[in-house]
Design a protein around this ligand. Structure first.
Ligand SMILES: Nc1ncnc2c1ncn2[C@@H]1O[C@H](COP(=O)(O)OP(=O)(O)O)[C@@H](O)[C@H]1O
Ligand SMILES: [Mg+2]
Length: 324
């Protein structure tokens, strides 16, 4: 299977849990594995009961497994700083102030959060050399996926800008030096360089996601989660990305057949409702169900993680990346 594996889905469905379980599974099968988590509320740090930060560190007690935690707030700020630095070299001080205020506002939107995270993901993929497998506990959605169309869009834009700049530079030089051969001074143009850089970045991202990544969605057996998953699969399809499989998590366990108390009847009714939801998934979704994980009585960590890993019918073999 592809070297990069993403587990998407709504908040709380079990992405981090399943990512860690799959990471453990890959590591136990001998692959050098990295799990990347992004949600500070519940992350690799909680699952492995060990602090992780922005650099990969090895997970205690599991050979071949590293983990890291990306803090979205830090990434948004880093993004902001980068743009600020670029701009301050190009516009007047008065403008910088105005632009700063606009930037601050733009960066408080959910889209900015997602796209800053995505930038960091792409960097991690670029630097994934030491690993056979990298597992991400979230998947790009909506506004971020649309960014993958950016290279084509930017290409036309860059070409037009180049053309304009070239013309104005030519004119300027003609005026200054008469009819002598004008120099081409396009190379050092900071605006074009930045656009070109972003174009290459998203070209790489699109290539790596299409060639070297497999996507799974985690869902819970309720109508809201099923509907949400349907939307997410369609969003991916719009960008020519296919979803490899679905992980149903937090299924209600079946009571023993001879039990008939109130608790047992409640569980049986819930199991029936959930079975209907899962049947709907099997019949109407393209990607297959690759796991059905019951709700444990406590958070999934330690030995429970290995138990859940066993229940994932997802290959662990990893081929070399073709695009990176
Ligand atoms: N099968 C399960 N049984 C028991 N608890 C679970 C199970 N799956 C997830 N949880 C718990 O639910 C909470 C949310 O799971 P998490 O993996 O962080 O979701 P997400 O990453 O999608 O937000 C965590 O406290 C986790 O321990
Ligand atoms: Mg999470």
């Amino acid at each position: 299977m592809e070297p990069f594996v993403f587990f998407g889905g709504k908040g709380g469905v079990g992405k981090t849990t399943v990512s860690c379980a799959y990471g453990v599974k890959c590591a136990r099968s001998g692959l050098e594995t990295l799990v990347v988590s992004t949600d500070p509320a519940h992350s690799v740090t909680d699952v492995f009961d060990q602090p992780f930060g922005d650099d990969p560190e090895s997970v205690d007690g599991v050979d071949n497994l590293d983990a890291m935690e990306i803090d979205p707030d830090t990434e948004v700020n880093r993004h902001l700083e980068e743009i600020r630095n670029d701009l301050s070299e190009q516009v007047s001080a008065a403008m910088v102030n105005e632009i700063n205020q606009q930037l601050e506002m733009a960066h408080r939107t959910p889209g900015a959060y997602e796209s800053a995270l995505f930038d960091r993901f792409v960097e991690v993929m670029r630097e994934a050399d030491p690993y056979d497998r990298v597992v991400f506990d979230t998947s790009p959605t909506g506004s971020t996926l649309r960014l993958l169309g950016l290279p084509e869009f930017l290409e036309g834009w860059i070409d037009r800008l180049m053309h304009k700049r070239r013309k104005s530079i030519d004119l300027f030089e003609k005026a200054a030096i008469g009819n002598k051969e004008p120099r081409r001074v396009m190379d050092g143009d900071p605006v074009l360089a930045r656009l070109q850089g972003r174009k290459e970045f998203f070209e790489f991202a699109g290539g790596a996601l299409r060639e070297d990544a497999a996507f799974f969605f985690v869902l819970n057996p309720d109508q809201l989660s099923v509907n949400e998953t349907r939307r997410a699969i369609a969003e991916m399809r719009e960008q020519d990305l296919s979803v490899r499989g679905l992980v149903a998590n937090r299924l209600t366990p079946e009571p023993d057949p001879d039990e008939n108390g109130r608790g047992a009847r409640y569980l049986r009714a819930r199991v029936a409702t959930e079975a209907e939801r899962l049947q709907q998934v099997r019949e109407t979704f393209d990607p297959p169900l690759v796991a059905e994980i019951t709700t444990r009585t406590a958070e999934v960590r330690g030995d429970l993680l290995d138990e859940v890993a066993e229940e994932l019918d997802i290959e662990t073999d990893a081929r070399e990346p073709t695009f990176v």
